[in-house]
Design a protein around this ligand. Structure first.
Ligand code: SAM
Length: 460
């Protein structure tokens, strides 16, 4: 820390102004509120952004999204800058001012917004957020950062910043010799991937249609996947509303391919919401009878909407995968007309997990997930696996998937299951460089997210 970096003291404040309606809320004010909810109240961006979006001006949404995701991506670096510049931590009611500083610094460092505009907007947002008394502090800190940028960054960037929580870095270090590459990949912005519905078009034909609409896309090894050069709104995608394409990461697309669903089979998608993989199963095998199960009732609507867009049918059920006896009779009733027990030919278990493989897509995971969450997740995965195994037909297939990179949730989970179930056999997967148990994709490998797959057969 150089001597020139004098610290600015946070002033105390009294709130004065009425809060504006959300329609008048600027992108910066909304971003500060959302970041506060993530950091201090453990809420996810994917829950918060859709809530606020209908109440914002449409033209403000891209910037709101950019700031919220961006701040989560580089949070420790921004926090360090604030520690250097602000004497007294902004706590309690003044946390919103701290979040406005994050928002202002992010724009100065990571966007093309002219710094003076970023500062003015942060100061204006303070008024909207009933923090008038802090306008001077915001203005002073951000302007000082501009003046002393070089020396501040020399201090902050003296050592490599992981921008990850320490517990996660330690876990990655223990498992992966190339852990730094994983961290770097997690800190990138992810590409947008499409899955082309082969019932409407080949990936190549769709790529040409995209090109005719000014959208550049690249093919992948996976036959249905296209990577877009730059993300676009789905409303720009040809025939999106009619189900010609679905937004889905390239590695997530392996789920339905590895499951190999067949027409006429009875298939369970056990943790199905929002239904991205349910619809892929039905694209692959339109005549399969698919049960889409999820424990979160409010997430079932998303499955139904996705099925409707693709003009597909499935039995959508709310239920706990650890307790098949509570929902299996209802599923049987809807499929066969009577409640007697049914067994599945194939099961996709896209298990609830730490989501440590999709950090680049959901950077808030780094601050929402805690080390102590992992063991309970591993236990629930084991319970679901064990319970669903009883519902699988002899010779049936269970595909276990997670978007985690932690071995406890992946290879070790399956090793434990194999040790406990003599009727379970590991099936080979069609990837080069076979791994010991299942297959781990790392984040950004082939441009895809971090995913794990293991395919199990029930020996007859
Ligand atoms: C990784 S997400 C599934 C994503 C989905 N397969 C897709 O591709 O769109 C995991 C899902 O598991 C659900 N879930 C968690 N615990 C569950 C349980 N005990 N039984 C059924 N579903 C559960 C969550 O509600 C969540 O929707």
């Amino acid at each position: 820390m150089t001597k020139t970096l004098q610290k600015t003291t946070a002033l105390s404040t009294k709130n004065g102004k009425k809060s504006p309606t959300d329609k008048n809320l600027s992108a910066r004010a909304a971003a500060a509120q959302i970041i506060l909810q993530v950091l201090d109240h453990g809420k996810s961006l994917s829950a918060l952004l859709p809530e606020i979006q209908p109440r914002m001006k449409p033209q403000d949404l891209p910037l709101l999204q950019e700031i919220c995701f961006g701040v989560c991506r580089v949070l420790p670096r921004l926090e360090w800058i604030i520690r250097l510049l602000v004497d007294k931590p902004l706590k309690g009611k003044t946390r919103i001012v701290h979040c406005l500083l994050l928002v202002g610094l992010y724009q100065i460092l990571y966007t093309r917004i002219p710094p003076h505009a970023a500062i003015n907007e942060a100061v204006n947002a303070a008024r909207q957020l009933k923090s008038d008394n802090f306008r001077g502090l915001l203005n002073g800190v951000l302007r000082r950062f501009l003046r002393e940028r070089e020396s501040v960054l020399a201090t902050v960037d003296k050592h490599w910043q992981t921008n990850h929580p320490e517990w996660l870095v330690n876990k990655l270090k223990k498992t992966y010799p190339n852990w730094r590459d994983i961290i770097d990949a997690n800190n990138q912005k992810p590409p947008m991937w499409l899955r082309v519905n082969r019932n409407h078009s080949s990936a190549e034909n769709y790529r040409q249609r995209l090109a005719e609409n000014g959208i550049t896309a690249f093919p992948a090894e996976n036959p249905h996947a296209l990577r877009l050069e730059s993300p676009v709104s789905v409303s720009q995608l040809p025939h999106f509303a009619e189900g010609w394409a679905t937004v889905q990461d390239v590695h997530a697309q392996w789920s339905a391919i590895l499951l190999e669903p067949q027409n006429g089979e009875l298939i369970l998608d056990a943790c199905a919401a929002p239904g991205g993989k349910t619809t892929h199963i039905l694209e692959q095998a339109p005549q399969a009878k698919v049960v889409a199960l999820d424990v979160e009732e409010n997430r079932l609507k998303r499955i139904t909407e996705n099925l409707a867009r693709l003009n597909q049918q499935a039995v959508v059920i709310c239920g706990d995968a650890t307790r098949p006896e509570t929902w299996l009779p209802q599923a049987a009733q809807q499929i066969t007309g009577n409640k007697s027990a049914v067994k599945f030919d194939r099961i996709l278990l896209d298990a609830p997990c730490s989501a440590t493989g999709v950090i680049r897509r959901h950077p808030d995971i780094k601050w929402l997930r805690r080390e102590q969450d992992i063991a309970p997740l591993v236990e629930i995965q084991h319970q679901i696996l064990t319970a669903l195994w009883q519902t699988l037909k002899p010779n049936g297939i269970l595909l276990y998937a997670t978007c985690s990179v932690l071995p406890d949730e992946n290879g070790r989970q399956i090793a434990r299951f194999l040790a406990e179930h003599s009727d379970a056999q590991l099936e080979p997967l069609p990837f080069p460089a076979p791994q010991a148990i299942g297959h781990q994709f790392l984040p950004a490998e082939n441009g895809g997210d971090g995913f794990y797959y293991a395919k199990l057969r029930k020996i007859a």
